[in-house]
Structures are given as C-alpha cells and as structure tokens.
Design a protein around this ligand. Structure first.
Ligand SMILES: [Zn+2]
Length: 368
C-alpha cells in the first residue's frame, strides 16, 4: 500500500564549493539520514520537524530496528497509524537509497486526524510537533508501570494520572513535568500543581533584540505575581507569587521560542519577533531550574544541542528549515526541504531559530 516517491530526476544534493572535503563522509552523496524531503505545497513546517525527529538518534534507532513494532497500541485515537508512518519515513531517510523522498502517506494520515494539516496552507511547526508528540505517545502507550504501593509524592501521583500507568518510548524520551507553586504573600501558604510537557514554550524578553537563552529561561521560571488568588489558609483573595520549576527533566528537552504573538494593533493578527537568541551548542545547564526532588536525582542536568527547527520570514510568508547534528557523521547539516547540505557549527545559531532540541543522551553511532 505504501507509495514511495523519490525526487524528480536532476534534483541533486546541493553542496558548497568546498564539496570535495565532504565526499568522504557522504557515501554516494545521499542517504543515511542525509535524504531530503520533498515540499508537497507548504509542507516545510512538517519537513523541518521530521528531520529533527529523524536525527533524534534513539528514536531513529527505535524505528529502523523495528523495535517500535513491539509496542504499537491500537487502543487510542490514531490507532497506531502515526508511528507506523513516521517509522516508515525515518527508514526511507536512513536506507541510503534516496536523495529525497516525499512524506505523502504521513501527511495523509495526520490530515485525517487534524484538518489543519490537510491543506496547502503554511502551518506552525511548533503546533505540528506538539500534536505529533501526543499522537506518537498514544500510539506507543503500551509500557505498563506499576504504582509503587507507598507512593504519596504529589508529583508522582500527577505523573501516573497523566500516563494512566501506560508509558511509551516517546514519553520516556521527550516528556517532563513542571511544578507550579503559588505562594500567598500574606501568610506564605504554598500550593503546588503539576503539569506534563513535551516541550517548553518560552517568551522572549521584551525590548531586547539580542538575548541569551538563559534570559528566556529565567523569565519563564522566575516568579510571577498573581492577584486575587483564593488562599486556602487566609480564606480570602490574596496576592500571591507563582513560580515554576521542572519536577521531572526529560532526557530530550525541547524548547520553543515564542516568536509569534497576537498583535492588537494589527487587528489581532499574528506578528513575529525577530530577536536574535544566543543559545549554547554544548553545556546548557538546567540545574538552576529544577524542583528540589529533581535537582537531587542522579540524572544528568547538562544538555547539548542536536537539532533546530528554523523559521524565516513572517507569519504569512514564511519558510522552515532544520539544522541537525548527524550522529552518524558527527557534524551539522542543513535540511531545506529536498536539499541537504553541510553546515558549519558556527552557523547553527541564528535569528531564525524557533525550536531547539537538546539532550544529555549520548548519540547512537552504529545504527545504520
Ligand atoms: Zn494566605
């Protein structure tokens, strides 16, 4: 049933003038994760995300090794179809046979479940990623987790409620949990709630054309004053401080920079912030942003960047690409729809950066 569409003849992998130095590392100048994705009419938002996922080496290995087949759930709304199509596509991207392929079947399936992904209009790659993660998780939700008998920890209870004691490879890789603490400024009574996330959406600091990712993180996690909180101890409305911390840090941390916002002076239309956000390629230190329970755990807290989904242009007329560090070649490449080209690591940080993929997992090199 699956239809494979290779690129039209003549579409070649685009290489810069220094091409010769790359021939030794790109076998046959194609394949092994360096396969492009054809644009099916404004599908660059999808292509950008798929290349970031294809370069998530543990997910790539999970698909190429067929391990995912042991874990497909047919119980949830997408019936296991989304993981099947994502896995089929990742296999095509890594089999070394194609300069470029088309994701028609995956696009058809995601369009079945979400109308906005059906048409030819440009969509938001962040929205696509968030929904895709949700579908992939539910398609693979077969790992039963037994509740610890004596578990009274609030974060753990909330996690079990979210997963319904059925976890997935996607959950293990990408999902974390945020603790939100509200503290009454009058009596200091604290109340905590927990929420799971597959990515963190961060505002950019206002009035700053240039900022550091740390500043976005500080802004996100630092306290925010809220008014009229119903304090359970004072039994009346009080001012309070709301503070966020990560109570469960995932091995892959996806950070979304909120570049699009509704502008009242533009009839509520969306406007894009073009801020240049400087972010580290190595050594993103997450320890300052962790809740106590997580900061004391033994999981690593220092992350390295391995993929970026970029957005160029405006809300109306934009284009997406991906910059990914190939685990196989241990270097960066630019994925611009059907064209894949080497990229200097010094060019990874740009004002187009929109979604950042960080991990502390070591790359798997020997899978293809
Ligand atoms: Zn109070």
């Amino acid at each position: 049933m699956r239809q494979l569409t290779t690129c039209v003849p003549g579409v070649k992998l685009q290489l810069p003038a220094t091409y010769n130095i790359y021939t030794s590392i790109i076998p046959l100048r194609r394949g092994f994760g360096l396969t492009g994705l054809k644009n099916l009419g404004n599908t660059c938002y999808m292509n950008s995300i798929l290349q970031c996922l294809s370069n998530t080496s543990h997910l790539q290995d999970f698909c190429v090794s067929n391990e995912y087949k042991k874990h497909i759930s047919r119980q949830n709304k997408t019936n296991g179809q989304v993981i099947e199509e994502v896995a089929a596509l990742i296999k095509e991207l890594w089999n070394g046979q194609y300069k470029c392929v088309a994701s028609r079947d995956l696009r058809y399936i995601v369009g079945q479940y979400q109308k906005t992904f059906r048409g030819v209009d440009q969509q938001d790659s962040h929205e696509f990623l968030t929904i895709l993660m949700d579908w992939l998780h539910s398609d693979l939700q077969t790992i039963k987790v037994r509740r610890r008998a004596n578990s009274e920890l609030a974060w753990e209870k909330s996690w079990l409620e979210f997963t319904k004691s059925q976890e997935s490879m996607i959950l293990h890789l990408f999902y974390g949990q945020i603790k939100s603490t509200v503290k009454c400024v009058t009596c200091s009574k604290e109340s905590a709630t927990y929420e799971c996330f597959s990515n963190l959406s961060m505002e950019l600091p206002p009035n700053a054309n240039l900022c550091q990712l740390n500043q976005c993180m500080d802004l996100y996690f630092s306290g925010e004053k809220i008014y009229g909180w119903n304090c359970p101890k004072c039994n009346t409305k009080r001012d309070a401080i709301k503070k966020l911390d990560i109570s469960k840090l995932p091995p892959i941390l996806v950070v979304h920079l909120k570049r699009f916002y509704a502008d009242p002076s533009n009839s509520g239309g969306y406007v894009k912030k073009q801020n240049y956000v400087q972010f580290p390629l190595d050594n993103l230190e997450m320890k300052p942003y962790l809740a106590r329970v997580e900061s004391m755990s033994s999981t690593p807290k220092t992350f390295r960047l391995y993929a970026v989904s970029n957005h160029y242009g405006t809300m109306e007329g934009g284009h997406y690409t991906a910059f990914c560090k190939s685990a196989k070649y241990d270097r960066w490449f630019k994925f611009d729809d059907q064209v894949v080209s080497p990229l200097e690591s010094s060019n990874v940080v740009s004002s187009a950066a929109y979604i950042l993929f960080y991990t502390w997992l070591p790359p798997l090199k020997g899978t293809c």
